[in-house]
Design a protein around this ligand. Structure first.
Ligand code: GDP
Ligand code: ZN
Length: 347
């Protein structure tokens, strides 16, 4: 496919969505040309396939137009999916075709419950997972840094690297850059204010994204809502996902199994295979909590996330019944295609 177009010529180009500009995908071609696009009507009518950041697409640029029309979206190798925060039973894809999910948490203020949820979502994608503990300079001491690193490592297990970074420590940023090899893409998730934009700026080497200082008038902070895929000179790409407020789970069984391997291992010894770890006799999970071998907060967190997926599944079943579909129709969703291909987690 020819990528270079002479003005006025109709042409077809292949590219990747690097930004959603007020809902219009911005597509970057192999030569670096960027084309603002809209979706072909045929594409959004039936199945409502809308391109997200990272999607590989085919674009038609009609004669005399500078705007392109996305005529096809390639099947996703991987997707970051959460529950649509505005709808009770629909998935929302936030990014596609990445290799790594980087979960950012502030070192001096790690929110373990949120981290558990972020890890579930990250593992569920099948991508490699890394935790980055930011603003290490705010830690009280080197010992504090070590303690936090160990606490987080105990949570993530041995397969996940935990990096400690700080704005004023270039070597720490370099370690993140090395993770994001040329031709690979990393997605950065984390609560607003943890330092994601600052990290992206340091990775890229200049002030690309506006950071979010607390406003002088004290009226809260300005947050960037544009998600964008940014190229790191000499490295790969990074997608900052600011403005991701709710992290509701969608399909998450694989993610929960990976993020709570300790609880799952205990559950394997429960007397009943479908033990809900509530009041069943012979529950190994509750026994471990009572014996002080499993932290009650972690058990509670596990139960909360499990219930969330159960509830969601019930609501989806209900919605399907109302639409008169068979349960088997559900298997055709976006997320299943990527699940099949990403069964094995890499690190
Ligand atoms: P985002 O919302 O996750 O993109 O967070 P920002 O990158 O906008 O950072 C939020 C605030 O934290 C800003 O005021 C930054 O200057 C500050 N910040 C970011 N990185 C560091 C760091 O390494 N150390 C310290 N002390 N502050 C940082
Ligand atoms: Zn049990």
């Amino acid at each position: 496919m020819n990528d270079e177009v002479t003005a006025g010529d109709p042409c077809t180009v292949a590219g990747q969505v690097v930004k959603l500009d007020r809902g219009f995908p911005l597509v970057r071609t192999a030569s670096g040309r960027e084309i603002r696009c809209e979706h072909a009507i045929a594409l959004v009518k039936g199945e409502d396939v809308r391109a997200v950041i990272g999607d590989r697409v085919t674009v038609e640029v009609p004669r005399g137009h500078d705007k392109g029309i996305i005529s096809a979206v390639e099947p996703r190798v991987r997707a970051f999916v959460r529950k649509d925060p505005t709808d009770r039973a629909l998935p929302q894809v936030l990014a596609a075709n990445f290799d790594r999910v980087i979960v950012a948490q502030p070192l001096a203020d790690v929110n373990v419950r949120r981290l558990e949820r972020e890890l579930v979502l990250a593992y569920e994608t099948g991508a490699a997972v890394t935790v980055v503990l930011t603003k290490a300079d705010l830690a009280e001491s080197e010992r504090h840094v070590q303690e936090m690193r160990e606490r987080v490592e105990a949570l993530t297990g041995p397969d996940v690297a935990t990096l400690v970074v700080s704005e004023n420590d270039p070597a720490s940023i370099e370690a993140v850059r090395e993770l994001i090899a040329p031709d690979t893409t990393a997605v950065l998730i984390g609560k607003s204010g943890v330092g994601k934009s600052s990290l992206v700026n340091m990775l890229v080497g200049f002030n690309l994204q506006e950071t979010t200082p607390v406003r002088e008038d004290g009226k809260g902070r300005h947050t960037t809502v544009n998600r964008e895929m940014v190229h790191i000179p000499g490295g790969g790409n990074v997608v900052d996902m600011p403005g991701v407020r709710g992290l509701g789970l969608w399909e998450a069984d694989t993610g929960i199994e990976a993020a709570f391997a300790d609880v799952e291992a205990l559950a394997a010894s429960c007397r009943f295979r479908d033990c809900r770890h509530k009041d069943e006799p012979g529950c190994a999970v509750r026994a471990a909590v009572e014996a002080g071998q499993l932290a009650p907060e972690r058990f509670e967190s596990y139960q909360t996330l499990r219930h969330e997926t159960f509830d969601l599944r019930e609501r989806r079943e209900e919605a399907r019944r109302l639409r008169g579909e068979k349960a088997s129709d559900a298997k055709k969703g976006v997320t299943n295609a990527h699940r099949r291909r990403t069964k094995k987690r890499r690190n």
